[in-house]
Unconditional design. Structure first.
Length: 129
């Protein structure tokens, strides 16, 4: 029988720490502003889309080992919520739709941990429209 690991045991696993570091890095990279110039725009949009798709996959496939840990929830609050607010006001439709899809995934998987952030996100995002 396989037993669940507690947060101290998880913290000692190298893949757990690496996963959190990759997640935080992706969130930070998704917050970069568009560079000037038409050629850079297309490349940058593809880059940002890939980052958001990776974040989406990480959030949607996070198992109970990650969903229940305070460090992952802290990373969601500290990095992802800020990145989503920034990306959901993008003028690029695909960036907006990916960001909003991640937000919906957060609501369905992490609602009990992110109630306050969900309300702030909606107020901030839709106040701009």
């Amino acid at each position: 029988m396989v037993r669940a690991l507690d947060s101290r045991e998880l913290d000692r696993l190298p893949y757990y720490r690496c996963t959190l570091a990759v997640f935080a890095s992706l969130c930070k990279m998704s917050m970069r502003d568009f560079p000037p110039g038409p050629q850079a725009d297309q490349k940058f949009i593809k880059h940002k889309r890939l980052i958001l798709e990776l974040i989406s996959h990480m959030v949607s496939s996070a198992g109970p080992a990650f969903r229940g840990t305070e460090k992952f929830v802290h990373a969601l609050r500290s990095y992802l919520c800020v990145a989503l607010v920034k990306n959901c006001v993008s003028s690029v439709p695909k960036i907006f739709s990916l960001s909003f899809a991640i937000y919906l995934c957060l609501i369905s998987h992490f609602q009990e941990h992110l109630k306050a952030e969900a309300a702030v996100f909606l107020e901030t995002t839709f106040a701009l429209f």
